[in-house]
Design a protein around this ligand. Sequence first.
Ligand code: ZN
Length: 409
Amino acid sequence: MPPPRRAKPKHPLRRFPTPTLPPLARSRVALGLTAFAARGVFALQVCRDCGTVHYPPQEACRHCLSARLDWRPQDGAGEVLSDTVLRHSNELYFRARVPLRLGSVRLDAGPTAIAFVHGACAAPPARVRLHAALDRGGAAVLAALPDDEVTTMADDRVLRELTNDPAGRKVLITDGRAAVAAPLARALAAAGADLIYVGMAEPWPPAAVAPYAQIPEALVRPLDVTDSESVTDLAAEIGGKVDILINTAEHHRPRGILARGTESARAEMEVNYFGLLRLAHSFAPGMRARAADGAVAWVNVLSIFALTNFPPHGTFSASKAAAHSLAQGLRAELRGAGLRVVNVYPGPIEEEWSDMLPPPKIAPAALAAAVVAALRDGVEDVYPGDVAQDWLARWRDNPKALEREVAER
Ligand SMILES: [Zn+2]
């Protein structure tokens, strides 16, 4: 494994980067490419009648005029036919990033596409793998990487901007007591994070703090997301430094809707919904202002139960649905600055409040690895683990059927 990259100290007289975004215009049909790229999948339209694979996105098949075009995942295998280095652009965003290496890539599946070409790709003709990624404005772009398993987008000066690689960055994990928090801090440290702030309402008992004493990059700070003053205080202290915020704060009680009393439901909303809102009020403006100079991503650990209510955990599902909606709104508000909101929808996690649920459950370490991979790959919607993948597939296929099926388990 290569040694993690460290952030270079900033030169005090260096020009502050201009906060610009790539050009945003995309057709509605092209949003299909973006919807898959948001999950890290490269998909193209395939004609259901003649099998022709299309790029760029079309309203109808160019071969047989059929309107029955289905988005299907592609392996992206192809060949760079020619490349060029762009040294000038009329777009402000690209002007600040020249030279850009662009190339035309012929996919084995048929079409030819213009893509950013990774610096590690050999001179044409060269075998490459095409990836779809989101640019800072949240629209899909294509990137050609060498056809190997080791080169990442973050290795390339230009393509690194498509990722939210934690290497060299300062991260805040909002609740160090969450099951995922300690494995996440370890995974971020291994990925080369510069500093990992870990929020904790009370540094007690010692067993809660102990895992972080083993991680040199970790620094436990007081943070209680149910207390506006606590959130504001920490934002005043470190808000100007956080490049990636990962909200792990969660309150979870396995209760159906008909369980007596509203106290536990209220506590779930207080952490899962209002906690996120308080963090947004205190941290988002500062991160948005620094989006051109380091701040890159805001991660919400939500739940697959946000998509459809899981009745045995009915109030928890409702609080996560509220947080999911809030996170969508936050994404829209931060997109204009180029700050990526990453929403993570795990199935049940191996933690004490999911004890009663049958396996499979996702291990906290696997969830942590999925979050770090999402940051590295620049994706914005993550469904880690078998249960989440299964629910997502059923929800996309027929949300009403899923609602009925989970209620009858
Ligand atoms: Zn066709």
